[in-house]
Design a protein around this ligand. Structure first.
Ligand code: PLP
Length: 404
């Protein structure tokens, strides 16, 4: 039984008011709120365990290391990865993608080689490849998006050439909510012997992800979007690839032996984790993953799908309101525009009514360009949102529309 009223009690921030109104937090695509247990796990570690990991023989360091490696194992189980040595802690999805673009690009791409992306990528999955383009002269090939906001799969197949080296694609669009057919995308790429990176920033919070089932080669997500702390994220990669690509940064922890004549590198995953990691955030992330898996990813998904269906149904009754995209498979994000009202004005006025939504280009300017717009208003749902909050949103939009 999914009791959203009970669940909300775990999130102190949801009790606060803004502008003397109850907060309606619909900006979960940007970041999620934290349950008490996540913050408590981190406080507990700072108060009682804190010591640098992997370095000390002393009691606290060993205990901190155990917590850190237990967190890695939690992430492994969450993604159903084969081995925890395939789990690399990063600062977030952005860093995970940059790591792959930089290190895979270094090892396996040269001038004229190609990466396939899509028109609906977040800037994190565009600009990191453009940096490589500047450095090495690689080419970006782009899967177009149709009017419904879905990838044009026929075009995807046509983009493969003998210079294609990697596909890097978002699992769920942070603007349209479209859930991309990652299994098919991977199968097609693998038929050309091309590996696939999946940007899971907007999928990992909403439904169960199994990297072995998807069959991809790399998968990235952010802690702060799965009810965990900021400053930590994950890159999962197949050992076969991670073993073959060079380290990202140099420093402590990632080495085997250092001398001025030459340095050897540590084993996976430490080869990619230079310097002191945010081990306290890793503990927080592990607690967040426990929290959502205890609720049940399927139960969260069912709850959020019902909210999105209800919100879409109600939004579509509002005259002058246009929802961007109409994908068959969609998740907990809805972007919309209202005739005659700039998204920024809509967002600002909704804010005054206590509703936190996102406005603007959502770090997806090429997608905005594709639809010939500058931005949208985006409502994105989380596990604690309610039908009543959708009603508050709809009434507020109606109220704003009347003002114009
Ligand atoms: N990819 C997608 C699809 C996103 O929605 C986001 C964040 O909004 C990112 C990547 C970047 O995530 P982060 O800022 O946590 O690194």
């Amino acid at each position: 039984m999914y009791d959203v009223k009970e669940i909300r009690k775990d999130f102190p921030i949801l009790e606060r008011e803004v502008y003397n109104r109850p907060l309606v937090y619909l900006d979960n695509g940007a970041t999620t709120q934290k349950p008490r247990c996540v913050v408590e796990a981190m406080t507990e570690e700072y108060y009682n365990v804190n010591a640098n990991v992997h370095r000390g023989v002393h009691f606290l360091s060993q205990q901190a290391t155990e917590l850190h490696e237990a967190a890695r194992e939690k992430v492994r189980a969450f993604l159903n990865a084969r081995s925890s040595s395939e789990i690399i802690f990063t600062r977030g999805t952005t860093e995970s993608i940059n790591l792959v673009a930089s290190c895979f690009g270094e090892a396996f791409m040269r001038e004229g080689d190609e990466v396939i992306l899509s028109e609906m990528e977040h800037h994190a999955n565009i600009v990191s490849w453009q940096l490589l383009q500047k450095r090495k002269g690689i080419k970006l090939r782009v899967i177009p998006v149709n009017d419904r906001g879905e990838l044009m799969m026929d075009e995807y197949e046509r983009l493969f050439t003998n210079r294609t080296r990697i596909v890097s694609i978002t699992h769920v669009s942070n603007v349209l909510g479209t859930v991309n057919p990652v299994h098919r995308l991977v199968d097609i790429a693998h038929a050309y012997n091309v590996p696939v990176l999946v940007d899971g920033a907007q999928s990992a919070p909403h439904f169960a992800v199994d990297v072995q089932d998807i069959g991809c080669d790399f998968f990235a997500f952010s802690g702060h979007k799965v009810y965990g702390p900021t400053g930590i994220g994950v890159l999962w990669g197949r050992e076969e690839w991670l073993d073959r690509i060079p380290p990202y940064m140099g420093g402590g922890e990632m080495i085997g032996h250092v001398s001025f004549e030459g340095t050897t590198f540590n084993v996976l995953p430490f080869k990619f984790e230079a310097g002191t990691p945010d081990y306290v955030a890793a503990t927080g992330l592990a607690r967040a993953l426990d929290y959502i898996t205890d609720l049940g990813m399927d139960a969260i998904h069912t709850h959020e799908q019902a909210l999105v269906d209800y919100a879409l149904e109600r939004l579509r009754t509002l005259s002058g309101l246009h929802v961007l995209g109409d994908a068959v498979e969609r998740d907990a994000v809805i972007s919309f525009l209202m005739d005659g009202i700039h998204p920024f004005d809509m967002g600002t006025l909704l804010d005054r009514l206590g509703i936190a939504v996102r406005t603007g280009h959502h770090c997806a300017q090429p997608l905005m360009h594709r639809f010939g717009i500058e931005g949208t208003v985006r409502a994105s749902f989380g596990l604690y949102n309610t039908k009543e909050e959708v009603d508050v949103l709809i009434e507020a939009i109606e109220r704003v529309a009347k003002m114009f």
